[in-house]
Design a protein around this ligand. Structure first.
Ligand SMILES: [Fe+2]
Ligand SMILES: [Fe+2]
Length: 189
């Protein structure tokens, strides 16, 4: 796996968390009791793994692109970096709104809206990375530079732990009715 494979693999796992969050909001609005503890736990995951280690890896990649003077639009890199900052802010806002539900008796609707904002941002952001940035990087960044970036990724991961294990643990922590399989009626289709 090269550096881009690692990032795209993490995108797949992050997407599982975005799906989980969306289903949690939909189920909660339908009246299911899903504790704000779980939303707070996901917000901490987002801050540590998505806006922490994943974005830090991508920032290393952005720096390598800039240092190599690749003919990539600085506008794209600038927009992606700004979205990393915005993602951190939104994940922190989600953490705080989950805390307000848990400890101050706040209504959960604000927390659900935070989830919607975050999921929307991250889906657009990820699509831009995968369609506009990564193919060019793979084509234009020299192999030795790619290897150095990958070595930096390993150091970042050592500080945070593996993202996929954290996603598995979060999925297990959520109530069973959130899984699609349990939504399918038996004997149907
Ligand atoms: Fe990113
Ligand atoms: Fe990404």
């Amino acid at each position: 796996m090269d550096a881009i494979d690692i990032l795209m693999n993490e995108h797949r796992h992050i997407s599982r968390i975005l799906d989980l969050l969306e289903r949690a909001v939909a189920r909660s609005r339908e009246g299911e009791d899903i504790s704000a503890v779980l939303f707070e736990r996901i917000a901490r995951f987002l801050l540590t793994f998505v806006e922490g280690s994943h974005a830090a890896k991508e920032d290393e990649l952005f720096q390598a692109i800039t240092a190599q003077g690749l003919p990539l639009s600085q506008g794209v890199l600038g927009a992606l970096s700004t979205q990393h900052s915005l993602g951190r802010e939104q994940a922190e806002t989600l953490r705080q709104s989950a805390g307000a539900v848990l400890r101050s008796g706040a209504e959960p609707e604000e927390m659900y809206v935070c989830v919607e904002h975050y999921v929307r941002l991250l889906r657009v952001h990820t699509e831009v990375e995968e369609t506009r940035l990564f193919p060019l990087v793979r084509r234009l960044l020299p192999v030795d530079v790619m290897e150095r970036v990958r070595a930096k990724f390993a150091r970042i991961e050592a500080a945070h732990g593996p993202l996929d294990d954290a996603v598995d643990a979060l999925e297990l922590a959520f109530p069973q009715p959130l899984t699609d399989a349990r939504r399918q009626p038996r004997g149907g289709r």
